[in-house]
Design a protein around this ligand. Sequence first.
Ligand SMILES: Cc1cc2nc3c(=O)[nH]c(=O)nc-3n(C[C@H](O)[C@H](O)[C@H](O)COP(=O)(O)OP(=O)(O)OC[C@H]3O[C@@H](n4cnc5c(N)ncnc54)[C@H](O)[C@@H]3O)c2cc1C
Length: 269
Amino acid sequence: MPTLNALVTHRIDTAPGLMTLRVAPVGWALPAFRPGQFAVLGLPASAPRSVEAEPEDPPMPSETFLRRAYSIASSSREREYLEFYLVEVQSGALTPRLFALKPGDKLWLGPKFTGLFTLDEVPPDRHVAFIGTGTGLAPYMSMLRTHLERDGSRRLAVLHGARHSWDLGYRDELVQMQRLAPHFTYLPVLSRPEAELVPWTGATGRLPAYWADGALARAWGFRPSPADTHIFLCGNPGMLEAMQQQLEAEGFREHTRQAPGEIHLEKYW
Ligand SMILES: Cc1cc2nc3c(=O)[nH]c(=O)nc-3n(C[C@H](O)[C@H](O)[C@H](O)COP(=O)(O)OP(=O)(O)OC[C@H]3O[C@@H](n4cnc5c(N)ncnc54)[C@H](O)[C@@H]3O)c2cc1C
């Protein structure tokens, strides 16, 4: 069983079942990482589950050690802790245990951070649209927190889809970024606006329809094309598939090392 080598330094519950969690290594230094990469968090099956979680039936064998990948949301310039943006899957194995953690509690943090979902292969003169559902915003927060102020020569945009306004994590920070950085656009879109307590005057619907409707083209004043823009897609596999189809019809191509393109994908499940 791996040693629990990290601890929770900070936890913010942004909405029911959604939190940001900061994790610091104990007795070792965080290695460098590229914004957009992910780490692995782990806990033993013997760790308690949150009170909201569904009971595990049958109980998981106590010798099981649970590990899952999580995109890093903090800046790569932050050397003391990593921040994660997490949703609780109430029937899940690891997240109910992560949602039972409080500051000071220990967990396992894999010592290597990896992933190709970064800006490294995007030419510096291309605009970038970051499109994500739910916690698929996490890698974009790391990229923006690291690059926004230095990246003033191209346009950057976040299109974030969530059910409710209270599920729009990092909204205040993204609104603030938009105020301070004229080259950055924040476009939140809600899929269940009828449940809002205060009427929602922003965009509604699903991200692929929102894109097809020209939301970003209106905000930028020109229609993004494969010649000038790279697109990042992260989160729910249904959204990724629908967006990829939509973008391919517009001439964008998936990026791979062997065949460079303009669509970068990170599928969470
Ligand atoms: C590269 C990578 C990065 C990831 N980064 C994040 C992250 O930053 N934040 C995060 O919350 N999750 C992230 N995930 C998902 C994470 O690894 C786990 O799959 C998730 O936390 C569920 O784990 P679990 O053990 O509780 O559920 P499991 O028992 O493993 O059940 C898995 C099921 O949970 C559901 N599920 C998984 N992830 C999500 C999600 N994010 N939102 C809604 N439903 C989900 C799906 O139905 C999936 O089939 C990432 C996955 C990958 C591959």
